[in-house]
Ligand binder design. Structure first.
Ligand code: 13P
Length: 245
């Protein structure tokens, strides 16, 4: 089974109403349907609907949009939070779950991540489950154990036939300029694939992906694409990464 390469942009808490539209428009202008990869944009929640409208208007057959996080309940008194059905109602198709900034800045633990995965599925969104070890865990030789625990905890009770994408994002490589070497990333992806058993899941790499290292990373047998932070905030560099796929 060939796994279609995915190149995803996580804009995090960057852009505003105007620059989000400009960035999406510039990316869309640089895409052609001949590209074989799939492109996903994860704007801040406030701009998801505007970006969905631009993507729909562009008639691009390879680009779609997702949210960066969701609440584990479908509705209720949760001031400031966003529910899966709300995100889905904008036309978004995807949602990031368990990003390291959610885990380590906002305190999402494995149980919460698992509940959010279920909430995504209830809303008809395809989750992109992020896992990754911290530097101290890598130094202690615990990387595989940590990501396997994160994966297994999140997927407990998750339907085997439900579409899922996993993103391996070592915390020490995010926003630091310190990318995992292609060999190290491949080793981790291969361990994750083994832990996924027979599931047909794409596994993306994230952490300081740039135009200069994207092709080599995506050339590894178990790396099915990339999740890009900083380098996705400029259309030029993000388009270069797309072309490297
Ligand atoms: P950077 O590409 O800025 O390291 O961010 C990676 C990331 O966290 C994507 O989700």
């Amino acid at each position: 089974m060939t796994r279609r390469v995915m190149v995803a942009a996580n804009w995090k808490m960057h852009t505003d109403a105007g620059s989000a539209r400009d960035l999406a428009s510039s990316v869309l202008a640089g895409l052609s349907d001949e590209l074989s990869c799939e492109v996903v944009l994860f704007p801040p929640a406030l701009f998801v609907e505007a970006v969905v409208t631009l993507v729909s208007g562009s008639q691009s057959r390879i680009c779609s949009v997702g949210g960066q996080d969701l609440h584990h309940e479908d509705k209720g008194a949760f001031t400031g939070a966003l529910a899966g059905p709300q995100i889905a109602s904008t036309g978004a198709r995807w949602v990031l779950v368990g990003h390291s900034e959610r885990r380590h800045v906002f305190g999402d633990d494995d149980a919460t991540v698992g509940r959010k995965l279920q909430a995504a599925v209830r809303a008809g969104l395809t989750p992109v489950l992020c896992v990754g070890e911290q530097l101290a865990e890598r130094d202690a030789g615990e990387s595989v154990a940590v990501v396997t625990r994160q994966l297994e905890a999140a997927l407990d009770g998750f339907p085997v036939d439900q579409e899922l994408v996993v993103a391996y994002e070592p915390v020490w490589a995010i926003g630091t300029g310190r990318t995992a070497s292609p060999e190290l990333a491949q080793e981790m992806h291969s361990a994750l694939r083994a832990a996924l058993g027979g599931r047909d899941v794409r596994i993306l790499y994230g952490g300081s992906v740039k135009p200069a290292n994207a092709a080599e990373l995506m050339g590894q047998p178990d790396i099915d694409g990339v999740l890009v932070g900083g380098a996705s905030l400029q259309a030029d560099s993000f388009l270069q990464i797309i072309r490297a796929a």
